[in-house]
Design a protein around this ligand. Structure first.
Ligand SMILES: Cc1cc2nc3c(=O)[nH]c(=O)nc-3n(C[C@H](O)[C@H](O)[C@H](O)COP(=O)(O)OP(=O)(O)OC[C@H]3O[C@@H](n4cnc5c(N)ncnc54)[C@H](O)[C@@H]3O)c2cc1C
Length: 365
């Protein structure tokens, strides 16, 4: 074994939180040969979205990496790199032998002139994005019983079902021997003895672990964990709701729903012959609002017949952590050996690989 490899094997890293930020960070560091613990009370629990245990399990997994206004800056770079890395990582986690599909393409519809103008700009700048032709627009006009201004199709954007993705990533963590600890972290303390590891983690069962690095990926709880060691960051909860609609026979006029769709800032995912997922709302706080749900369901009073007649077969909500006065996500090294990968607000699934890679680069110096 060469000396670099041996050094990595001795570097102990704990990741707090097993949402998409924590899992992908563990995956990336584990592949590099580090000794990694992934700590979360729900790390061994069943993964599903009917009773989501974190923001990731509630999410829809839509990856809008290319349909994005900016063409430079941090947000652009994270999106761009993540879209490349997802392709590579999917191969590494052997997704072609699983039931996970990268569902493509993605279509975004405009019902205002302003929205359409920005689509025209986007279609000029970006590879893989085209304006919808008249036939496609007629199709969507008839689906939504409206007169749309226009739309975009992005052939490389789409969706990864987050539940299937999380399950596959968890299996990959087992293969690369990531140690999963199903406990909550109560406290983090600094170890001032220079000859020992830098950080101590106190678990809910009063056990302590000493580590070289701690990566905090614990969404809203990050604030509390950091405060006790003198670091203040500010996050606020933003809730999102998802509805699964059961469509009534004879009310819809399409045979095949051709894409992952974003219309009026709502994602439409036709995931079963008579079922459509719609979401996600953006609501401050931790309580689901009935008004937000009704607005989504009625498409702000423009719902077509098939939506009006549908019944709700399932619904769930999840909470994301939004940084206050700082752009999301928060990627920082607070002290030697203490890093955060958190504050993932709207695009946590999309941005996860590039954020994990950022953490890896910091650790490798
Ligand atoms: C309804 C909805 C739809 C969404 N749709 C999309 C989408 O289509 N595309 C997209 O990219 N993003 C989407 N998002 C956003 C995305 O889900 C989030 O950005 C992302 O899941 C955040 O991941 P995370 O790992 O930071 O947080 P989480 O998934 O919330 O994970 C945090 C974890 O930390 C653990 N934790 C907390 N405190 C401790 C502690 N003290 N000790 C140990 N563990 C702890 C928690 O148990 C939890 O498992 C959506 C979100 C919602 C709610």
């Amino acid at each position: 074994m060469n000396s670099q490899k041996a050094e990595k094997k001795q570097t102990e890293i704990s990741i707090v939180g097993s949402g998409i930020a924590g899992i992908t960070t563990a995956f990336h560091l584990g592949k590099k040969g580090y000794k990694v613990n992934l700590i979360d009370s729900s790390v061994n629990s069943e993964i599903n979205n009917l009773c989501p245990k974190n923001g990731t399990q509630a999410s829809l997994g839509v990856l809008m990496g290319n349909i994005h206004k900016r063409s430079k800056g941090r947000a652009f770079l994270l999106r761009n790199q993540s879209m490349k890395l997802w392709q590579e990582w999917l191969t590494q986690i052997n997704y072609s032998h699983s039931n996970l599909i990268f569902e493509k393409p993605l279509i975004k519809l405009a019902n205002s002139e302003k929205e359409y103008q920005s689509m025209i700009e986007l279609s000029n700048n970006k590879y893989g994005i085209e304006l919808l032709d008249n036939n496609s627009l007629d199709f969507w006009n008839s689906i939504f019983e409206t007169k749309l201004k226009g739309g975009l199709i992005s052939y490389e954007d789409g969706r990864l079902n987050p539940i299937k993705l999380l399950k596959l990533l968890m299996q990959s963590l087992d293969q690369i021997k990531i140690n999963k600890i199903d406990k909550n972290v109560c406290r983090i303390t600094k170890n001032n003895n220079l000859y020992n590891k830098r950080w101590n983690i106190e678990l809910e069962n009063n056990k302590f672990i000493s580590q070289d690095y701690i990566i905090i990926c614990s969404a809203l709880n990050t604030q509390k964990l950091l405060k006790s060691i003198g670091h203040e960051i500010f996050l606020e909860p933003i809730l999102g709701q998802v509805l699964e609609l059961e469509l009534k026979e004879g009310t819809s006029n399409w045979k095949k729903w051709p894409a992952i769709l974003n219309y009026q800032s709502i994602n439409f995912i036709h995931h079963h012959p008579n079922r459509m997922l719609i979401g996600a709302t953006i609501e401050k706080g931790t309580k689901a609002s009935l008004i937000a749900k009704k607005e989504m369901l009625s498409l702000k009073k423009t719902a077509p017949k098939w939506m009006k007649h549908a019944s709700i077969s399932h619904e769930w909500s999840g909470i994301r952590a939004k940084p206050i006065n700082e752009p999301a996500p928060l990627l920082k090294q607070l002290e030697p050996g203490l890093l955060i990968n958190t504050g993932h607000y709207r695009n946590g699934v999309l941005l996860a690989p590039a954020c994990a890679e950022w953490i890896g680069r910091k650790i490798e110096g």
